[in-house]
Design a protein around this ligand. Structure first.
Ligand code: RB5
Length: 149
């Protein structure tokens, strides 16, 4: 599995912690920035990660900002992206099982690094259940076809 990861300054600390987890577990990833705690625009990094996933270059993404809200709003503007803002284990699991989310969004000012790593681990280890949920995702894709002509 190849993971794309990015953050603004608000999510920088948990992004670095998640990267350490990926290195420990030999999980392949690319960091799309930002590269410090200096103020940065979350839209830039959300776009880079979402674009790489929409293009099929990476399997899943992790995006972090202060709350996770900005990156989730921005990433979800892109066709084929299902970005899920999660702050608990249950939501991280269900975002995969029911929503087939392809980007996990996290808030560096709402959860600590240990929780961010735990939610990331759940997110990348959980499969989509398909079944009735498959048809709901298909309905979302039909809306995308109308919007992105
Ligand atoms: C940056 O201060 C903050 O607005 C950003 O990280 C994020 O929380 C936006 O949704």
């Amino acid at each position: 599995m190849k993971i794309a990861i990015g953050s603004d300054h608000g999510g920088y600390t948990i992004k670095e912690a998640i990267k350490n987890y990926f290195c420990d577990k030999s999980i392949s990833f690319k960091d799309f920035g930002t590269n410090s705690n200096d103020s940065a625009n979350y839209v830039e990094f959300a776009f880079k990660v979402a674009n790489a996933i929409a293009a099929g270059e990476y399997d899943k993404g992790v995006l972090c900002c202060g709350t996770g809200i900005g990156v989730s709003i921005a990433a979800n503007k892109m066709k084929g992206i299902r970005a899920a803002l999660c702050s608990c284990e249950f939501c991280a699991e269900m975002s995969r099982r029911h929503n087939d989310a392809n980007i996990l969004c996290l808030g560096g000012r709402t959860i600590n690094s240990d929780k961010a790593i735990k939610l990331t681990e759940i997110f990348i280890q959980t499969s989509f259940e398909a079944g009735r949920h498959f048809y709901r995702i298909q309905d979302i894709k039909k809306i995308e076809e109308k919007i992105f002509k």
